[in-house]
Design a protein around this ligand. Structure first.
Ligand code: NAD
Length: 509
């Protein structure tokens, strides 16, 4: 969780003073940039600017908006070097992890530019209710106005601008509030990329700061799209509820992986290490717990341990330089170390890793931690992979579901039908067979958590419709002066209606 307000603001004091939010490298603490902090008291003005710009943006239509966003995509591809460097600097990402964000963002722009109009096309039909015979219905989607997007630090672009894209394509204005840990990449795209793409300046605005600025955004916008931790998501949803504005909250996870005895162990081990430790394990849907059938446990552990031991950890530089960077936040290393320490103190073993150095935490495998250990129950958010031996698939499913989270999950088996049957029994918003996390890349498929992992969701048709109010328009034929159910009530007509009721609905079939 973001722990304070404002942690790294420097500069002049006073209500209207423009202070700067300094950003430090997670690698060595040096200042890598700064942005102007938005005083919470100014957020309302920012939203008012968005509200004034929104009708014009909505009026230009889908094609014009798509063209602008595709121009933005071309700018992103041209300037990817700067964007990647900025994400590596502010969040300690490896080159490849930062590049992945650029790739996913570019895919998302193309997807929403092409599909938005189809998803939001008015739906027309004839009324089916006999009393409404002959009426036409139209259900249309109307942009909500100004959508606030509050983003976490672990994927600053995909979960900030990425969530603003469908809102923009639907004709809304947006105010993005990036994490105060990673404000630079969003500022770069919005200040330079949007301008270069010819997008009107107030259509996508940025509010920079921490929790107080986030609260001010929730208090001013017409809808809130939040991604972050479960406790903060709860607060955001409550705050939005008081204002009766919709909130989509995408929260934490503790994703289980199940490895059955007939699995392709090499693929399972590669997926466990990559999806458990990529981005230094700082991914909401990272593999955070692995349950392996007893028959293949030793072999699976051997493969995972070998692979984890070969990961290169260090300060991110150019392509291919390191596999694991630092943990992005000062407090995160303590959380990760504490999870490992507590598991070991309770008798678990760590055949690889276990130690920390500055802001780096070594890739770590934990064998057979107690189910009550923090590394099995709470989000670790680090390059740590606990592996547990289970009797059979039934025990694996029971343990996988014994969690307050339900974001993503995975099952590895050569028997794909059995894998799918198991996946359907896992209490999570998504499950992959012989894969993990990959469903997130399919923007046409809904992604959202169950239980404490969230409320709402992103992607798919609902991923853009949620940014709209729905309006139903009913049109009656001209010419019919009075419907049978209208005043004055007459016994004969009422009896006829009752007869019709018995005939239509009085029998089961
Ligand atoms: P966080 O909850 O601390 O902060 C998220 C954002 O909310 C930040 O921009 C922060 O400044 C802002 N914020 C903090 N307090 C606020 C408040 N009271 N009101 C309004 N805004 C407030 O989360 P984080 O540490 O930045 O991100 C990591 C968390 O995000 C992890 O739990 C991770 O699992 C989760 N996450 C979820 C998804 C998903 O899609 N489900 C994706 C990525 C990350």
């Amino acid at each position: 969780m973001s722990d304070g307000e404002p942690r790294r603001v420097s500069g002049r004091e006073g209500a209207d003073a423009v202070s700067r939010l300094a950003v430090r490298s997670p690698v060595d603490g040096r200042t890598v940039g700064s942005v102007a902090a938005t005083p919470p008291s100014r957020v309302e003005d920012l939203v008012a600017r968005g509200r004034a710009a929104q009708p014009g943006w909505s009026a230009v239509g889908f094609d014009a908006r798509a063209r602008r966003l595709l121009d933005l995509r071309a700018w992103i591809v041209r300037e990817r070097g700067r964007l990647i460097r900025t994400m590596c600097d502010e969040g300690g990402k490896t080159y490849e992890d930062a590049l992945l964000e650029v790739v996913v963002l570019c895919q998302a722009i193309g997807f929403w530019a092409r599909r938005a109009e189809r998803y939001l096309r008015p739906r027309r039909s004839w009324a089916r209710q006999p009393l409404l015979a002959g009426r036409r219905l139209e259900v249309r989607y109307v942009p909500r106005g100004v959508v606030g997007v509050i983003a976490p630090w672990n994927y600053p672009l995909v979960l900030g601008l990425g969530d603003a894209l469908p809102a923009l394509m639907a004709g809304n204005a947006t105010v993005i509030k990036p994490s105060d840990e990673t404000p630079l990449s969003t500022a770069l795209i919005v200040e330079e990329g949007f301008r270069a793409a010819g997008i009107p300046p107030d259509v996508c605005l940025v509010a920079q700061g921490g929790a107080e600025v986030g609260r001010a955004v929730v208090d001013a916008v017409d809808m809130i799209m939040f991604t972050g931790s479960t406790p903060v998501g709860r607060e955001v949803a409550e705050r939005a509820g008081r204002r009766l504005i919709p909130a989509s909250v995408e929260l934490g996870g503790k994703d289980p992986m199940i490895v059955l005895a007939d699995a392709d162990l090499e693929r399972a081990a590669n997926c466990a290490v990559y999806y458990g430790m990529g981005n230094a394990g700082q991914t909401c849907q990272a593999v955070e717990r692995v349950y392996v059938e007893a028959a293949v446990y030793d072999e699976f552990v051997r493969r995972v341990t070998d692979k984890a031991a070969r990961l290169r950890m260090g300060a991110p530089a150019g392509p291919g330089s390191v596999d694991i960077g630092p943990l992005a936040r000062p407090g995160q290393r303590e959380v990760v170390s504490e999870h490992v320490r507590a598991a070991v103190a309770a008798g678990a073993r760590t055949p690889v890793g276990g130690d920390a150095d500055g802001s780096f935490h070594a890739p770590t495998v934990i064998l057979d931690p107690d189910p009550s250990a923090s590394c099995m129950r709470d989000e670790t958010f680090g390059p740590v992979l606990p592996i547990v031996k289970v009797r059979d698939a039934e025990e694996a499913i029971a343990l996988a579901n014994d969690s307050r989270y339900g974001l993503n999950s995975s099952v590895f088996t050569r028997d794909v039908r059995r894998g799918e049957a198991i996946a359907r029994r896992i209490e999570a918003g998504a499950s992959c067979i012989n894969d993990a996390c990959a469903n997130f890349l399919e923007i046409g498929a809904p992604f959202g958590g169950w239980k404490d992992s969230g409320l709402g969701g992103r992607n798919g048709a609902e991923g853009i419709r949620k940014y709209c109010r729905q309006q139903t328009i009913l049109t009656a034929r001209v010419g019919l002066r009075r419907d049978p159910n209208m005043f004055p009530y007459r016994a004969r007509v009422t009896r006829l209606l009752e007869r019709a009721l018995t005939i239509a609905y009085g029998r089961r079939s």
